[in-house]
Design a protein around this ligand. Structure first.
Ligand code: DX5
Ligand code: ZN
Length: 231
């Protein structure tokens, strides 16, 4: 693997495809294997077709692990639920731009709680929707599948979108006083084959769901990703 793929990457394990009857053990396994974050997919059967889990489960997960909790809200009216997810123990709240009429206000509100803020963009959503809110953002999540389900195929065109976003962030850091780091996350169909492409384009937070939880040896996948993508 060429050095170019090595980066200050973080690995975020998506529990969507974990064994929910053994969730505690499934989380313990990825924590021991060295992931940096836990990615929790909250779906409401409305913004996306699927329904998953909510605040009570996040609260239980918070008691069980010290991992950074990255909560991906695929729900209508996310503003209504920010307080309760903060109370449940989220370290980062990620809202979908397509659901936020007043994105500046929503992100400002998340930041006021002293946690990290992120915004997610569906594959068809243009980057210009987030270009005026960089000052609030700790991460921008590029959806590399249409959200709703785990185990979908990576959409190759998103590599160009990641490259463009990297350039936009660099420009912002060069021309504004606000030089804070903004992570580029990728979510959907990320595995050891697709990850090098997105990392080379500028992504540094890799959400891995199926690649970990449906692997015959999940620990080996995590260790291999760490060796390849983390300096
Ligand atoms: C998709 C979810 C993803 C998903 C990733 O709607 O937001 O986080 O769990 O899973 P894989 O890695 O299986 O695509
Ligand atoms: Zn997700």
């Amino acid at each position: 693997m060429k050095e170019i793929f090595k980066n200050n990457c973080k690995i975020s394990a998506s529990i969507l495809n974990a064994d929910f009857m053994n969730l505690g053990k499934e989380i313990e396994m990825v924590e021991k294997a060295g992931v940096d974050m836990l990615h929790i997919d909250v779906m409401d059967g409305n913004f996306v077709p699927n329904i998953t889990l909510g605040q009570p489960i996040v609260k239980e997960i918070r008691k069980h692990t010290k991992l950074f909790l990255d909560v991906h809200l695929m729900i209508k009216n996310p503003d209504r639920h920010i307080d309760s997810f903060v109370d449940s123990g989220a370290d980062l709240i990620n809202v979908h731009v397509e659901e936020c009429k007043h994105l500046d206000r929503t992100l400002n509100y998340i930041k006021q709680h002293g946690i990290k803020a992120a915004v997610a963009l569906n594959p068809a959503t243009p980057l210009c929707f987030v270009e005026n809110v960089f000052k609030y953002l700790d991460m921008i999540l590029i959806m590399t599948v249409n959200p709703g389900f785990g185990g979908q195929q990576f959409i190759g065109e998103m590599v160009y979108k990641i490259q463009k976003l990297k350039t936009m962030i660099n420009d912002y850091q060069n021309y504004s006083d606000n030089r804070k780091n903004i992570d580029i996350g990728v979510d959907g169909g990320i595995n050891l084959e697709t990850a090098p492409k997105v990392v080379a384009a500028g992504a540094n937070v890799l959400v891995l769901g199926t690649a970990i939880y449906k692997a015959s040896n999940p620990r080996e996948i995590i260790e291999s990703a760490r060796r390849k993508f983390i300096l």
